[in-house]
Design a binder for this molecule. Structure first.
Ligand SMILES: NC(=O)c1ccc[n+]([C@@H]2O[C@H](COP(=O)([O-])OP(=O)(O)OC[C@H]3O[C@@H](n4cnc5c(N)ncnc54)[C@H](OP(=O)(O)O)[C@@H]3O)[C@@H](O)[C@H]2O)c1
Length: 285
């Protein structure tokens, strides 16, 4: 029996369905930030912000499905969550490929019978020197992973959520969407699309499904390995908090959007960026 089937049979199906949780305000005595027994799917959950979110959801009681391209990395992350006392499984899927998303959605509902929280977190921002160095293939990949995939997975899972007990979808955008720079043009365009899509999906999937976006500023994840740290220090000096974020600093917002704590919030784009979107040149000097 697969781990996922075991989770479904022994645990997921035995927990009370959070059916009206998405539509009614939290009632007294219940932890509004709790995710006990809810099924949460996190794309890009093997490292960085996604792994931090997966850990937080697991500690909040969710059954966590960790998704990325690499099966081994997914299973390793899920095993770590289980070792910490959580309930988790890994599942490989390239979110830029619609056929793989169709398979993923079918597998999720077959294994668990429902999804309560979907976090569209997987994202890429390849470096380039000049605009004309960006190939059509690279452009398509950036749009595919950051925008097309989240749309398709939200459609596949969101419509099932809407037909069932409801749920919460969280898209992970970027301050690049509102403060685009020369080095991230395709990525910024994709993330601006994610912001627009968030409001559109909130309309399309309401009232049972809430759709919100987290808009991170610079975070010190594996993406930051390729960054020029001196340039980062120079840039963040002009941000109100004067620094980049640590992955764990994303989890409060993710828990808020995932849980009943945000029961009256949908279509929102919340910056978690140390004030980066309000940075003013020279402010920190
Ligand atoms: N870190 C920042 O400063 C920052 C700032 C603004 C926005 N963001 C956004 O926050 C999100 C997470 O960023 P991060 O810094 O945590 O990134 P990260 O450390 O590079 O992790 C990216 C995750 O996405 C997965 N992934 C990449 N391509 C994928 C694909 N095609 N299909 C499925 N999974 C894929 C990776 O796993 P595999 O390699 O195994 O596939 C990994 O789990 C992204 O959407 C990013 O754009 C980050």
């Amino acid at each position: 029996m697969s781990v996922a089937t075991k989770l479904r049979n022994e645990e997921v199906s035995s927990v009370p369905a959070p059916a009206d949780a998405q539509q009614t305000p939290p009632v007294g005595g219940r932890d509004p930030f709790g995710l006990a027994g809810r099924v949460a799917v996190i794309t890009g959950g093997t490292r960085g912000l996604g792994l931090a979110i997966a850990g937080a959801f697991s500690r909040a009681g969710a059954v966590v499905v960790v998704v990325s391209r690499k099966a081994e990395a997914c299973e390793k992350a899920a095993a770590e969550l289980r070792a910490g006392g959580g309930r988790a499984v890994g599942r490989a899927c390239h979110v830029g490929h619609w056929d793989e998303l169709t398979t993923l959605a079918a597998w999720l509902y077959d294994e668990f019978g429902r999804v309560d929280v979907l976090v569209n977190n997987a994202g890429i921002s390849p470096l380039y020197k000049r605009l004309s160095d960006v190939s059509e293939e690279q452009w398509d990949k950036v749009i595919g992973v950051n925008l097309k995939g989240p749309f398709r997975l939200s459609a596949l899972v969101g419509e099932r959520m809407a037909a069932g007990d409801g749920g919460s979808i969280i898209n992970v955008s970027s301050t690049g969407a509102v403060r685009p720079t020369a080095d991230i043009v395709p990525y910024a365009a994709a993330k601006a699309g994610v912001n627009a899509m968030t409001a559109g999906l909130a309309h399309a999937l309401g009232p049972k499904v809430r759709v919100n976006a987290i808009m991170p500023g610079p975070f010190l994840t594996s993406i930051a390995r390729d960054w020029d740290m001196e340039m980062l220090a120079e840039r963040t000096r002009d941000h109100p908090l004067r620094r980049a974020g640590q992955p764990d600093e994303i989890v409060g917002t993710a828990l808020y959007f995932a849980s009943d704590a945000s029961s009256f919030t949908t279509g929102a784009v919340l910056a978690v960026d140390g004030g980066a979107q309000w940075g003013v040149p020279g402010a920190g000097r």
